[in-house]
Ligand binder design. Structure first.
Ligand SMILES: Nc1ncnc2c1ncn2[C@@H]1O[C@H](COP(=O)(O)OP(=O)(O)OP(=O)(O)O)[C@@H](O)[C@H]1O
Ligand SMILES: [Mg+2]
Length: 326
């Protein structure tokens, strides 16, 4: 299951992603955690100290390797240099799974031990000015997008992405790559306005969006969120002393997390799992092609000097059956 946490800066994306990742790990589920947020804090929220977090390899630096591996023997992709962040897989491409090893994980992922299990952590690396543009060839999130577009995940396997709801993800189509998107919103006008904007983009693409209220302190906060986002409000999280202790570098055992917050995490997993039966790999593939053609026209063809529309394999549909037959 591919799951994104998005929201306004400071809303609690990283905190809630990290709690959700801990929750999944404690239940023994395989997890690939991805930090694609502008402020790279997921490692720290998962308990890494500064030196450990700083030693994580940046996916952005591994783009040539990622492209070369994923391209495989796909005859439509002449070289890694002509592969852009939206280039879709086709016959001959190599696909990633959540479990097992591959050169991309070898280069980009590091194990992080949590209570109850070990997860894989991948980070985009620090963003620069250029990464925040819409049409960037070397964009940091491009590495994440390529991985998502080549990843076949099954039930009870999780990819959790802590990310920014920026123009980059809307232009590249990254926001359509998830089974469910948890929009973290504080009960404030700004928190809710990010939700409205996301909802606007999401509508045309059938993106499943659920609001997670954070730092919700009482009935008035709850009423406000209900009134503003209606049925999209899935669950709310209050102030957590557990999180505070973790921020001080003294994370208590995960089973000491407050009951209400544990129930909220359970609700997130239930909501994510429920999307499995409604998965539509054809639509997933179609949307990836749609955004690829759009990016090819707007900057990719010019940038690479190639006709990137030719990279699309019209008969290819990503899905669990592709790997089963491989
Ligand atoms: N439920 C909570 N209880 C206690 N503290 C919280 C809670 N949620 C978030 N925080 C705190 O609020 C601050 C911002 O949270 P966090 O870093 O998760 O937000 P973010 O959306 O990822 O921010 P950024 O945009 O900077 O990446 C952190 O110090 C975090 O510990
Ligand atoms: Mg963050």
């Amino acid at each position: 299951m591919k799951i994104a946490f998005v929201g306004k800066g400071g809303s609690g994306k990283t905190t809630l992603s990290s709690l959700f990742i801990r929750h999944l790990a404690a239940a023994g589920a395989p997890v690939v955690a991805v930090d694609a947020d502008i402020n790279q804090h997921l490692g720290a929220a998962l308990g890494l100290d500064e030196a450990e977090a700083a030693a994580l390899p940046a996916m952005g630096d591994q783009l040539p390797l990622i492209k070369d591996y994923l391209r495989g023997s796909n005859p439509r992709i002449a070289s890694a240099a002509t592969m852009i962040k939206t280039t879709p897989p086709g016959e001959g491409s190599r696909l990633l799974r959540v479990r097992g090893d591959n050169p991309v994980y070898d280069a980009c992922a590091r194990p992080v031990e949590l209570d109850g299990g070990t997860v894989r952590l991948m980070v985009t690396g620090p963003f620069t000015e250029a990464d925040l543009g819409v049409a960037c060839y070397h964009s940091k999130t491009g590495a994440v997008e390529l991985c998502l577009n080549h990843l076949v995940d099954g039930r009870d396997e999780y990819v959790v992405v802590d990310m920014t709801a920026g123009s980059d993800s809307f232009a590249s189509g990254m926001f359509t790559r998830f089974d469910i998107t948890f929009l973290v919103a504080e009960p404030t006008r700004k928190g809710v306005s990010v939700y409205r904007q996301y909802k606007e983009y999401a509508r045309d693409y059938g993106v499943r969006l659920a609001v997670v209220g954070n730092k919700v302190q009482g009935q008035d906060d709850l009423d406000y969120l209900r009134e503003q986002v209606g049925d999209d409000l899935l669950v709310t999280v209050g102030h957590s002393d557990w999180v505070r202790a973790m921020e001080k570098g003294r994370p208590p055992r995960f089973d000491l997390l407050e009951d209400a917050n544990r129930r909220a995490l359970h609700a997130l997993r239930t909501a994510a799992d429920a999307t499995y039966d409604e998965r539509d790999w054809e639509r997933y593939t179609r949307q990836m092609v749609h955004f690829h053609l759009k990016n090819a026209r707007s900057w990719g063809n010019e940038r690479t000097g190639a006709d990137l529309a030719a990279q699309v394999d019209p008969d290819f549909v990503l899905g669990e059956s592709v790997v089963a037959n491989a």
